[in-house]
Design a protein around this ligand. Structure first.
Ligand code: FMN
Length: 350
């Protein structure tokens, strides 16, 4: 199936495995790439050197194109962009809108720039700045998320920009792919569905929590970092929501210190990142501190398997997923279902 996305990045299928902190590492990304999807490595939770090593590991496991997700507002974003360019990574993906200069630098070097956006005006802005495509995430999607559902946001963005639009938030099967194409999208991007594969390195106990979740067990809370964040509702989330400000701040400082060590950031670097995060977002300093806390809470579950201590970011779609296929099986299944649905629609028309 050829679309504007497959042509733009040179993948076999119009499917993206998104960058998820601590989840989208070399194993998942190379498995997605070998399955014919666009795998995206999550780099915000890696040190700069860790990113270089991870990129090389993906390259050693696949010849297919892949991408790297980074935070445009990180103090070391330029060093990360240099790695992407030097290592010949095909796609740069951004959680927040990158600057015009960063887009130009990447494009001059031949890298395809695909920011993720959660609102029409952000899509319009990055399109005007030269982004090659956008991933648009509706409110049902996992991780930091907006309020507008994919079914409303997607047509809005498709109508607003000329560049290819990739639909994210709530996708898990071939029907979804066909629906996204019908809205005018060039493909789908999936986070939670790829987290729940046998190729994902997330510990089994954590995967089991996702598989057991119903749609109602997935919630949006601001209690973790002050921003709307979609995740499984657990005792930890309940206790964060119930905790007073002082207690959550004290915990946040401890965790931020731990993340500083793991990410290779210095305190001035973290403060710079905090300021960038605060800029234009109307966040208080305590919220900035809590934001630095999020990577540690994600790590506790996604790496250490602590379902009791960690945050399990998740799309609503976890409530309808009940198996752990390999990436190859998943992509094959989505494409076969999509082809069948398209045929059925064509038959129904005649
Ligand atoms: C565990 C988890 C971690 C995530 N981490 C990131 C991240 O580091 N950067 C980013 O741009 N998006 C992140 N996201 C959002 C996903 O990239 C993607 O947009 C979202 O999962 C799509 O919705 P879906 O889960 O319904 O497929 C994360 C999502 C999950 C579930």
């Amino acid at each position: 199936m050829e679309t504007a996305l497959t042509k733009l990045v040179g993948v076999r299928h119009p499917i993206v495995q998104t960058g998820m902190g601590w989840v989208a590492g070399p194993r998942l990304v190379s498995a997605s790439a070998n399955a014919g999807a666009l795998g995206i490595l999550a780099s915000a939770t890696m040190t700069v050197e860790g990113l270089r090593g991870a990129v090389r590991e993906v390259k050693s496991r696949t010849d297919a194109p892949f991408g790297v997700n980074l935070r445009a507002d990180a103090g070391d974003a330029h060093e990360r962009v240099r790695i992407i360019i030097d290592e010949g990574v095909k796609v740069a993906s951004f959680a927040l809108a990158p600057s015009r200069e960063l887009i130009a630098e990447l494009k001059d070097a031949g890298v395809v720039v695909i920011p993720s956006v959660g609102a029409r005006r952000h899509a319009e802005k990055v399109a005007a700045w030269g982004a090659d495509a956008v991933i648009v995430q509706g409110g049902e999607g996992g991780g930091h998320t907006g309020e507008v559902a994919t079914t409303v946001l997607l047509p809005q963005v498709v109508d607003a920009v000329e560049i290819p639009v990739v639909a994210a938030g709530g996708f898990f099967d071939g029907r979804g792919l066909v629906a996204a194409l019908a809205y005018g999208a060039a493909g789908i991007a999936m986070g939670t569905r790829f987290l729940l594969t046998s190729d994902s390195t997330v510990p089994d106990a954590v995967k089991a929590e996702y598989l057991a979740a119903t749609v109602k067990d997935v919630t949006v809370t601001r209690a973790v970092d002050g921003l709307p964040h979609r995740m499984l509702r657990t005792d930890l989330v309940n206790s964060l929501e119930g905790a007073g400000r002082t207690r959550s701040l004290a915990r946040a400082v401890r965790r931020a210190a731990g993340f500083r060590k793991l990410s290779g950031l210095t305190w001035p670097g973290m403060i710079r990142d905090g300021l960038a995060l605060k800029h234009g977002k109307n966040l208080s300093w305590s919220q900035v501190l809590l934001a630095a806390n999020t990577p540690m809470l994600l790590r506790a579950s996604m790496v250490e398997g602590r379902t009791d201590l960690g945050v399990m970011a998740s799309g609503q779609v976890a409530g309808v997923i009940d198996d752990l296929p390999s990436c190859a099986e998943l992509v094959e299944r989505v494409m076969a279902d999509a082809e069948r649905v398209l045929q059925e629609l064509a038959v129904a028309k005649h």
